[in-house]
Design a protein around this ligand. Structure first.
Ligand SMILES: *Cc1c(COP(=O)(O)O)cnc(C)c1O
Length: 395
């Protein structure tokens, strides 16, 4: 039994109700179907299901599961895509989205400023005979030069990690579509709350649900959103046979996360703006990078594209690594870790952790200096966070 269709509804309403499927017991909360498989009434039914699987029919949990299907339907409705496929992690989603699209001899253009594991996946594509060109994602001329007729896909993070560059999604999508390329966007930093990716031309939107969708740093998960044809005929065959399936338990965690995501992410973004404003001009800092501040190089674009500066801030400390480490070690409320989108505020020193594997030159090129700290703003009081950061930066 599926709840009555909620579309078109306000995103907050859809995030609570959309896609709910109830068993014969009529349970209120979404049920967790912890089962590997499903029983068929007859041999004929089993045969028919392997030929064509209907929306309320399942075969094996690696292929699909009722709890996971609720999560997929709900996030697809929020993102504005026809369908979605949930995965074991954000990286299973990035890997699935790109590998399912590409074949040896294909050409992919990617922005250079990417999460380290995303760079690993692109290097892997190159190993298997896909040509990958890297560009500065904020420079449209570089996209224009790198794209060519027959380019299979473009890939970028709409807001880059950790330096918070904002990519002009509509402009890049127009150039990519003119070349016939599929636009694949890693939209983690923008969050599903502030996303207008599909409206701006993205064909495939990928999330690490581990971040804002969970919102509590509890479980790994990912999701790929796109057209029904792409999801069911391209991404799903790749994922269901290579084993990137999400656990039904994690889908249930993510369903619960979605219900509160809008409230959480908006509160986190409000605090991020308050913190960025309060610490701008602090004597220990040579810069505060936050797309919601008017001095951010893509401030207008960020506002047009997301309507918010988001939940992440980067601080540039005078005094390099020593100053950055001293500040980290003085933080009391803000935890040193590397997740983001959590209810708890988290600070990261990218140069020595998430981006440690890059060469010094590559880090310098990406603006990942020894004094750079990345803050994921949580749900604590903004005043408490500002006080903790001020004392850590040496008032
Ligand atoms: C975390 C993250 C990923 C990977 O997600 P996992 O759930 O950790 O596998 C991919 N892209 C971005 C931008 C991320 O922040």
């Amino acid at each position: 039994m599926t709840d009555k269709p909620q579309k078109p509804a306000h995103p907050r309403t859809m995030a609570v109700h959309h896609g709910t499927r109830r068993s014969q017991y009529g349970e209120m909360a979404e049920a967790i179907f912890l089962t590997q498989g499903f029983v068929y009434d007859t041999a004929e039914q089993a045969e028919a299901r392997f030929i064509e699987t209907g929306p309320d029919e399942f075969i094996y949990a690696r292929y699909g599961n009722p709890t996971s299907r609720m999560f997929e339907d709900r996030i697809a409705a929020l993102e504005g895509t026809e369908d979605a496929f949930a995965t074991a992690s954000g990286m299973a989603a990035v890997n699935g989205a790109l590998f399912s699209l590409c074949a040896p001899g294909d050409h992919v253009v990617a922005a250079r400023a990417l999460f380290g594991s995303c760079l690993f996946v692109l290097d892997l594509l190159a190993k298997f005979g896909v040509e990958v060109s890297y560009v500065d994602g904020t420079d449209l001329d570089q996209w224009r030069t790198a794209l060519r007729p027959g380019t299979r896909a473009v890939f970028f993070e709409s807001v880059s990690n950790p330096t918070l560059e904002v990519i002009d999604m509509k402009a890049v999508a127009d150039l990519a579509h003119a070349a016939g390329a599929v636009v694949v966007v890693d939209n983690v930093f923008a969050t599903p709350v502030f996303s207008r990716a599909v409206e701006l031309g993205a064909d495939v939107v990928v999330y690490s649900a581990t971040k804002h969708i969970d919102g509590g740093g509890r479980a790994l998960a990912g999701v790929i959103c796109g057209t029904r044809d792409y999801i069911r005929k391209v991404a799903e065959p790749y994922l269901k046979h290579t084993g990137g399936a999400i656990s039904p338990f994690h889908s249930w965690i993510m369903l619960n996360g979605l219900a509160t995501m809008d409230l959480r992410v908006r509160a986190q973004a409000d605090s991020a703006l308050a913190i960025a404003k309060a610490l701008q001009g602090h004597p220990a800092l040579s810069g505060v990078i936050y797309p919601g501040l008017p001095d951010h190089p893509q401030h207008d674009l960020a506002m047009a594209q997301m309507g918010s500066g988001g939940t992440m801030i980067a601080f540039e400390l005078r005094g390099g690594k020593d100053a950055a480490f001293a500040a980290l070690n003085r933080m009391q409320l803000v935890k040193i870790s590397n997740n983001l989108g959590d209810a708890k505020s988290i600070v990261t020193h990218p140069a020595t952790t998430t981006h440690q594997r890059l060469s010094e030159d590559e880090r310098a090129r990406l603006g990942i200096t020894p004094g750079l700290l990345r803050l994921s703003v949580g749900l604590e009081s903004a005043d408490d966070l500002i006080a903790d950061l001020r004392q850590a930066f040496g008032n």
